[in-house]
Design a protein around this ligand. Structure first.
Ligand code: C2E
Ligand code: CA
Ligand code: CA
Length: 758
């Protein structure tokens, strides 16, 4: 028996040593590594003690074994207490109690130290079993103290595990009850040993088993069931419906939203696949990696879902199964649709926005190669006036009504949208297009908002699309060009884009792209047309622009000035001409030629620069006498913003320039305005009074203008004088300055200088 138990205890010692070393190694990686190592190591001493006790027939050696056993027991119980606190996450709140417990263990150690002298704890006596001598324990008072201490603490420990086992959630119980039962078994077995009086403490085996369990539970045990249910609960909290499939493709689990969506009960996961197939047709459950967007009609409502299936990898080559997630993204879809709608629809009229309309039109044109289409550009006539007179509220109301009209009028297979402001676009299949119908429906109609009523006129430009490859925006540009030809005509509502317009556009593009080089290469040059006095003697000249084009030859300003006035490039031409005029004056100043030069200012120039300061800067740069530079401003300039323009004229005069009103009588000049106009000279164009035969009425008007001018102290200059007869008549009327073919045509500068000298 001695040998068997010696072997058993030796094996247990080895196991404990291995556990201790391994737990020590895990100190860095596991939170409980150190605590467990301490406990398992402490267990080693009672085992060694017992190994010594049963192996020897010598009283002293046996007693050493008993000391190791009992002291080891103290350390073991102490370390078990520490471990229990750590394992169950208990902290000592009562510090004095903690130190009292430590002190009790110290006292026990001290009394064992005194036992060889006092024999108050235990003694031993020989016992013969099967012819072998063992030393049996004779416990005294000190031993009783030891047992009460160890049992007391042990009972507390077992109690802690019991309470934990009871209190823990079901899945957590396992963590505690295994240790609880093994401790209980060890305790009972130990008690049995104490009362049986046998020399061999077999209960130590159960403590070792308990130690191994603790070692395993603290360091290796991963509560899979716990993890399972944690994950299950967690995934059930997710908004997505989740379904897990095994390698055979059977659904083995679904979370709560999944159960709800498929309409299955908690346990019939296997039905999930067929139920889902009924809900969302065409799902391929045999494949693992896919994602699809699906919709479901639930009552009146449409709901949107994103379905994704993925494999769950197990090893490099094998999968553990797959899962399907179904996410309801209805809200996202709805906001997306709303955003899309807002981005593509005009807030006021709910028609397509310009960009989206052009895009939709392009799609329409591409959809059918055979079909021909018409682009219509509709413009509300005088919309600015409607806003000004009736207020923007009524203006907006008009636009809504117009949009409604367009919706009603638009034939099938047609696109329409709001371009900008008061303009709309439509693309209509040519075979449905009827201009008379369009005119009746949209040309003019009454808008009444209950308080105000106004007849809205809509002008429409029509472009028959000859080639669908033309940029869609160009098509509507052309339709718009057609509408622009209507302007203020109250009879015509529909106009067509034609080749003349197209050629005009091409011409505009062509010459505009060459303006820069034309200026630098001096293709653009000033011509001078003499201005003479009552004696027919030249007193100055008007600078008129000419373009000697390398390919197109001589270009009169009528060919390009209006083009550049439309696109604003006129400012470049004029600045260049003003510089040339200053250059000429500077040269004449040196040569002692006492003549002036008149320069033209386009109404558009005012939009692009501070005309007065630009001209002053040129005059200063060339150091010319400012009164020799005359400024010609057309009377139409005065119409736009006359107070501002008056100020400009004033600024010119105050700076020392002479200001002329050009083309007087051609536009809207009101005689009333004349009295406040800060001008020196009025230039009357004979052309407007019928150049060839100046009739009676015209003569009277001319005469009156000239008279009035002289009353106001303004000098009259007549241009377009072609005959001697006209010249004499104007002389009689009191006109002081003259310009016209009768004296000379505009000519290059050098030629002009020769002309003056002769
Ligand atoms: P405008 O300022 O009224 O210039 C007078 C125009 O009448 C010139 O035409 C001139 O050649 C023409 N003319 C002069 N005498 C007679 C005549 O006896 N009979 C007829 N039938 N015509 C006569 P041009 O040079 O072709 O200029 C046309 C218009 O182009 C100018 O009218 C002016 O508005 C504009 N223009 C010319 N040069 C410039 C310039 O440098 N800048 C700007 N902004 N406009 C210019
Ligand atoms: Ca002029
Ligand atoms: Ca003129």
């Amino acid at each position: 028996m001695r040998v068997e138990y010696a072997i058993i205890y030796s094996i247990l010692s080895i196991i404990l040593t291995v556990c201790t070393v391994s737990a020590m190694r895990m100190r860095q990686t596991k939170a409980m590594g150190g605590t467990v190592a301490f406990f398992v190591c402490a267990l080693l001493f009672p085992v060694l003690g017992n190994l010594i006790i049963i192996s020897t027939s010598n009283k002293y050696v046996a007693e050493v074994g008993y000391y190791i056993y009992f002291l080891g027991m103290d350390v073991m119980i102490f370390s078990l207490l520490r471990l229990t606190f750590h394992y169950c996450r208990i902290t000592w709140h009562n510090k004095p109690l903690k130190y009292a417990v430590y002190l009790l263990f110290c006292l026990d150690a001290v009394q064992y130290a005194l036992n060889p002298y006092l024999r108050q704890a235990f003694d031993t006596e020989p016992l013969i079993v099967e012819n072998e001598t063992y030393y049996k324990l004779l416990p005294y008072l000190g031993q009783l103290y030891h047992r009460i201490l160890c049992y007391g603490v042990f009972v507390v420990i077992v109690g802690i595990y019991l309470v934990k086992t009871i209190k823990a959630v079901r899945i957590y119980k396992e963590r505690y009850y295994v240790i609880f039962f093994s401790l209980l078994a060890g305790g009972i077995w130990e008690s049995f040993y104490i009362f049986s009086g046998t020399p061999i403490d077999r209960s130590i085996i159960s403590f070792v088993v308990c130690g191994i369990l603790v070692y395993y539970f603290c360091l290796y045990y991963r509560p899979m069931r716990l993890l399972d249910s944690m994950l299950a609960n967690m995934t059930s909290e997710l908004p997505e419906a989740l379904y897990f499939f095994d390698t055979n493709g059977f659904c083995i689990w679904a979370n709560k939203p999944g159960i709800r969506l498929a309409g299955i009960s908690d346990e019939d996961y296997s039905l999930a696949e067929s139920k889902l197939l009924k809900l969302f047709a065409d799902l391929d459950f045999s494949k693992n990696e896919w994602s699809e967007n699906k919709t479901l009609k639930i009552g009146k409502e449409t709901r949107y879902y994103v379905l994704e299936k993925h494999a769950i990898p197990y090893s490099d080559k094998k999968d553990a199964g797959s899962f399907l997630s179904i996410r309801d993204n209805t809200e996202e879809q709805k906001t997306l649709q709303k955003e899309m709608y807002n981005a593509t629809h005009d807030g006021l009229t709910n028609l397509y926005t310009k960009d989206y309309f052009l895009k939709k039109t392009e799609e329409l044109l591409r959809s059918d190669d055979e079909k021909h289409y018409v682009a219509v550009y509709a413009n509300v006539s005088n919309f600015k006036l409607i806003n000004d007179i009736f207020g923007t509220g009524f203006g907006d109301y008009c636009l809504k009504v117009i949009a409604e009209k367009i919706r009603e009028t638009a034939p099938e297979g047609c696109t329409y949208g709001r371009m900008v402001g008061d303009t709309f676009g439509m693309c209509i299949p040519a075979d449905c297009f009827d201009d008379a119908e369009l005119e009746t429906a949209l040309g003019h109609f009454k808008v009444n908002d209950g308080k105000l009523e106004h007849t809205v006129l809509i002008h429409m430009g029509v472009y028959f699309i000859p080639d669908k490859n033309i940029d869609v925006s160009v098509m509507f540009d052309r339709a718009r060009m057609a509408v622009n030809t209507i302007k203020n005509d109250y009879q015509i509502f529909v106009a067509y884009y034609d080749d003349a317009m197209r050629n005009q556009v091409l011409w505009d593009q062509n010459i505009s792209s060459h303006l820069g080089e034309a200026i630098t290469e001096k293709q653009i040059i000033p011509y001078l047309q003499p201005i003479v006095d009552t004696d027919g003697k030249p007193v100055g000249a008007e600078a008129l622009v000419r373009w000697i084009h390398p390919q197109l030859g001589f270009l009169s300003p009528a060919k390009f000035v209006p083009v550049f006035e439309r696109n604003g490039m006129i400012a470049e031409v004029d600045k260049y001409m003003w510089r040339c005029a200053c250059e000429i004056l500077a040269k004449w100043k040196e040569e002692g030629l006492n003549l002036f030069v008149s320069i033209n200012i386009s109404p558009k120039d005012f939009y692009f620069m501070d005309v007065v300061s630009v001209i002053i800067s040129y005059a200063d740069k060339y150091n010319i006498d400012r009164s020799r530079l005359r400024i010609e401003i057309t009377e139409s300039v005065m119409m736009d913003d006359n107070r501002y323009r008056m100020r400009i004229m004033n600024d010119f005069r105050e700076a020392g320039f002479i200001v002329e009103i050009d083309d007087f009588g051609s536009g809207y000049s009101s005689l009333n305005m004349l009295k406040d106009m800060p001008v020196d000279i009025i230039k009357i164009d004979m052309g407007f009074l019928n150049r060839s035969q100046v009739n009676d009425r015209a003569q009277k008007i001319l005469h009156n203008i000239i008279n009035m001018n002289s009353d106001l102290g303004i000098v009259s200059l007549t241009e377009g004088v072609e005959t001697d007869e006209q010249y004499r008549m104007l002389l009689d009327m009191g006109c002081r300055l003259f310009q016209g073919y009768h004296f000379a045509k505009p000519m290059p500068v050098a030629e002009f200088e020769d002309w003056v000298k002769n």
